[in-house]
Design a protein. Sequence first.
Length: 302
Amino acid sequence: MTQNLPNTAPTSNNSTRKVTLLGLGAMGSAFARAWLAAGYEVTVWNRTPPRATALGEEGAKVAASVADAVAAGPLIVTVLLDDASVTSVLDGVDLTGKDLVDLTTGTPESARARARWAAERGARFADGGIMAVPPMVGIPEAGGYVFYSGSQELFDEHHATLAVPLGTRFVGTDAGFASLHDIALLSGMYGMFAGITHAFALIRGEQDIKPSEFAPLLAGWLGAMSGMVHDTAARLESGDYATGVASNLAMQTAGVPTFVATAEQYGVSTELLSPLFALMERQVAAGGGAMDTAALVDPLRT
């Protein structure tokens, strides 16, 4: 179950106000500065020293080695390039009794493997999926947050610290769930980007239609259509794809030639929309013409 917690919360003792951060790219540095601004004792390490040195000038403790950084406190946060980097950086380091939070972008399965890896080394583990960009870190009103999954005990013990840079949402004890939520939301975003890109490509061929004038229409239309997210969820849970459908797949598929012809007339590739149209046509051919688009979800799974 998702657990939403505030960006700030009281801490009970000095040990909870210590955090070690490994990896000081744009996101890692933003996290470090947020903790420093909140009065935390932050120990940092980075493969290239200059970034750590810069944070040292702002109050962070710069560790000479990864082992020294890990030894500095109970909570270790990694924001590295990839999963392989986490392995190489922590290889041979004593993690006994430590709490490891990995905010490095990875797959659900790599997070589950990392949880097992941490357990073998005597550490509790939580994975994180960051739903924000660096400028949003440390600014509650920006609305950014991090999905966390894995050890509930780790999350509960350190949530005050974790909630300082960004909001927190615990999505389950399966370590892979944070990454899964992250990638699922971003996948929805990229699908939206595809539609937006195709729409602007169409109007780009008309000098009398300014993108800045078209943009409010597109934004308003997408906002109005966003309610389908909740309808899709309800249909997936009920298994009813045909009751009360306003525009079924047969109706929508009948309009596909018009979309294709319009794109051809304006010299616009249909490569961003064709996969969706093909999926719709397959479902109609399989007898699902009376169904809602929610019926496309399961056939998409391989």
